[in-house]
Ligand binder design. Structure first.
Ligand code: HEM
Length: 410
């Protein structure tokens, strides 16, 4: 009998219908047959076991910058082709793809300012979510993605940054455009749309930074220009590209966390009943959604010297792709991993990655999802899917998992 070929990382995306409908059958099979798979198509070592994924993301000595990947690491190198060598690397590259010392230099002040804002932002998140719920009140049926899951993260980050109300429409449009920055398979048209949105955002941030220097406000843009004026080693370009990274990194992901959570809770009425009986367990509910149906499937690292991952030797420049979704369902770590159980005790998921690059927006995403879910089911305790038998309309953006549309009835 001939062995079935192993899937390349490109087949492990929602562009492939088999994966889109049921990613876990493919991932379980890959983890069982070849947990450290040298994928010739993407030119990277694909890791699916929890222990290997955790070890790689936590290793602060590894590289992230695709410019350091060997030529054969085609998936990572796709991000390099659009670079202009005459511009400093940190002017065009966000912390997502920087290595130390630049990564630490830029991330540390940004994280400090962002975390301080998030810590006092719950009332504003409550307000934004209440407004979104008011807007659908009385409607017999509506698309929860378009009316609730998509606008909330955009409005929240806009408010944190200090975007004026009359620019919110533009800001929402630009946010949609820059998302393509996360798509390694984007078409030339999508790249053009992304570049146009990015330029518009840059112009917006340039103007906003100049305004905040003259008249500081109570927002993150003011925080960052003040930190810079206070002596932090941060250029204007670095501020702009990293403020933009908060949009790119934070919108679709949080949208999908909320959307995936609502679908899972409606489809698991026993688990939803536990939340309704005690909204105090919302933290555990969101963590179980992050484990069970994470919005981001993969992240990556690059070997910085001779090393081993998943038992495979690597040399400097060789790329690793870690499949967070597969790690989160590893039976060696999670008992009965395919059971959605909001009372699960052991939930050390890797939905936010780990180590030096661990998601900077995790506290904000958690806050938004926690408030959104509690308030949604409070307002609409009998919320149901309008088409419960229909296959969910999963989006086809590679490496992200969320729905295009989800019709619900209050
Ligand atoms: C549920 C929502 C979210 C998920 C699942 C998610 C997931 C991730 C993952 C997997 C990484 C890479 C970590 C690694 O390589 O170890 C990451 C990094 C990042 N995320 Fe998130 N994210 C979410 C929300 C957010 C939000 C709300 C923001 C912004 C406010 C954000 C901004 C970023 C940034 C800037 C990075 C790069 C950090 C670095 O490399 O130092 N994310 N995120």
């Amino acid at each position: 009998m001939t062995e079935r070929p192993l899937p390349s990382i490109f087949e492990l995306t929602p562009l492939n219908e088999t994966y889109r409908v049921d990613p876990h059958t493919m991932l379980d099979d890959l983890r069982a047959r070849c947990p450290a798979h040298r994928d010739p198509v993407s030119g990277s070592l694909v890791l699916t076991r929890y222990a290997d994924v955790r070890a790689v993301v936590n290793d602060r000595g590894l590289w992230r910058d695709p410019i350091r990947a060997e030529e054969g690491a085609v998936m990572q190198r796709r991000f390099v082709t659009e670079l202009d060598p005459s511009v400093p690397r940190t002017s065009t590259t966000s912390i997502l793809m920087l290595d130390d010392p630049d990564h630490a230099r830029v991330r540390q002040p940004l994280a400090q300012a962002l975390y301080a804002r998030v810590a006092k932002f719950k009332p504003e998140v409550e307000r934004i979510i209440a407004e979104a719920l008011d807007a659908v009140a009385g409607e017999p049926e509506f698309d929860l993605m378009a009316r609730f899951c998509v606008p909330i993260p955009i409005d929240v980050i806009a408010s944190i940054l200090g975007v004026d109300h009359d620019r919110l429409g533009d800001f929402r449009e630009w946010s949609e455009g820059v998302i393509q920055g996360l798509n390694p398979f984007r078409t030339p048209e999508q790249t053009a749309a992304m570049m146009a949105a990015s330029e518009a955002l840059n112009a917006y941030f340039t103007q906003a930074m100049a305004e905040r220097r003259r008249t500081p406000r109570d927002d993150l843009i003011s925080d960052m220009v003040q930190i810079q004026a206070g002596g932090a080693d941060l250029s204007d370009d670095e501020l702009r590209i990293n403020l933009q990274a908060l949009l790119v990194g934070g919108n679709l992901t949080t949208t999908d966390l909320i959307g995936n959570a609502v679908r899972l809770l409606i489809q698991n009425p026993g688990e939803l009943a536990k939340l309704k009986a005690d909204p105090g367990i919302i933290n555990a509910v969101v963590e179980e959604v992050l484990r069970y149906d994470p919005p981001v499937d993969i992240t990556g690292r690059i070997a910085s010297g001779d090393m081993e991952a998943g038992g495979c030797p690597l040399r400097a420049g060789q790329a690793m792709t870690v499949v967070l979704r597969a790690a989160n369902r590893d039976p060696d770590v999670f008992e009965d991993p395919h059971r959605f159980d909001v009372t699960r005790k052991h939930r050390p998921h890797v939905a936010f990655g780990g180590g030096a690059h661990i998601c900077i927006g995790a506290p904000l995403a958690r806050l938004e999802a926690q408030v959104a879910l509690v308030r949604l089911f409070e307002r609409f305790p009998d919320l149901k899917l309008a088409e419960p038998e229909a296959t969910p309309e999963w989006r086809t953006l590679p490496f992200f998992r969320g729905m295009e549309r989800m019709l619900v009835r209050p």
